[in-house]
Design a protein around this ligand. Sequence first.
Ligand SMILES: Nc1ncnc2c1ncn2[C@@H]1O[C@H](COP(=O)(O)OP(=O)(O)OP(=O)(O)O)[C@@H](O)[C@H]1O
Ligand SMILES: [Mg+2]
Length: 349
Amino acid sequence: MLKRILKLFSTDVAVDLGTANTAIYVAKRGVVLQQPTVVAIRQSYDSGGRHIAAVGQDAKDMLGRTPMGLNAIRPLKDGVIADLEMTEVLLQYFLRQANIKTRVKTNMRILVSVPAKATLLEYRAVKEAVDGAGANEIRLIQQAMAAAIGAGLPIDQACGSMVVNIGAGTTEIGVISLLGTVYSDSLRIAGDTLNERIATYIRRQYGCLIGEATAEHIKQELGMALVLAEDENQDMEVRGRQLAAGVPTAIKVTAKEISAVLQDPLNTIINAIKNALEDMPAELSGDIAERGIVLTGGGAKLRHLDKLLSQEVGLPMIIADDAESCVIRGMGKALAFLDNIAYDSLFLH
Ligand SMILES: Nc1ncnc2c1ncn2[C@@H]1O[C@H](COP(=O)(O)OP(=O)(O)OP(=O)(O)O)[C@@H](O)[C@H]1O
Ligand SMILES: [Mg+2]
């Protein structure tokens, strides 16, 4: 009885704490926040203390452009927490912004997404960060599982569903059947890796230094997994700093050369998908061959990625609608199953 009354006052919240973007879903309200996972810190020279200057989009706008004493930090790296204190700050700020009480330990349950291959220590960091944000119960779900639910795959059926979620920090591969994970893999190669490869190439090839934001811009504007005949002549001007003289410079890069730079990390993803297909029971790979592989996450939006993967793996690839928000929407749906024993296998234990 008491439990039931308490439940009336409880809030169920899902948090997709991503390397690049964080999203929050509140039961009965839906997705209430989507913001970059960035915190800007001002260092005080007098006291040595750190003050929060901005969080989310405002902080992201400062990345690589901060004056002395101001630092824009991305507290997650490769899908896991790299700076626990800043992750707590970010979560508290976002929960407050989403109008969720964090002061008192309310009856708040938080569901958080995690990569499939995090270490125990990394899982503990997630729990600690969320605990610091005021939850009194924390549940975990694998990103690939959440993505599959969000993409509307028939995960409850006796039929294999395969999803590849390409985020900024990790690529998560999951095969799900009868509400359980049959196969999972996690690569620390994703959108951020592509940006790093682009920046390294431009530095080595042209002696031109570019920041993270410029690399991301090149990837989105000119980047493609495969150069089709109609894209052959595409190029763009890139501004950066000349390494030798230290002065601003502008160079021209082509779609062909950027695409060539992306092939190595993309091959790692292709091989992981092939391994998954080889390792799973034959019945399931038959289902997947028939129905294709669903691509989710922001990284799935790389131009012609579906075509390259399909060509290399030999199966149909389907980019999920609203690929970037599949994980948070799936988590939102999963909130309804938190108390349902039959759906317990959706969550991590
Ligand atoms: N049009 C696009 N082309 C290529 N990449 C894109 C595009 N749009 C977004 N991305 C990439 O998607 C990534 C962000 O996706 P997403 O929000 O799913 O990641 P995340 O959830 O923050 O990271 P993770 O799940 O790995 O912790 C970034 O690396 C971004 O560069
Ligand atoms: Mg993600």
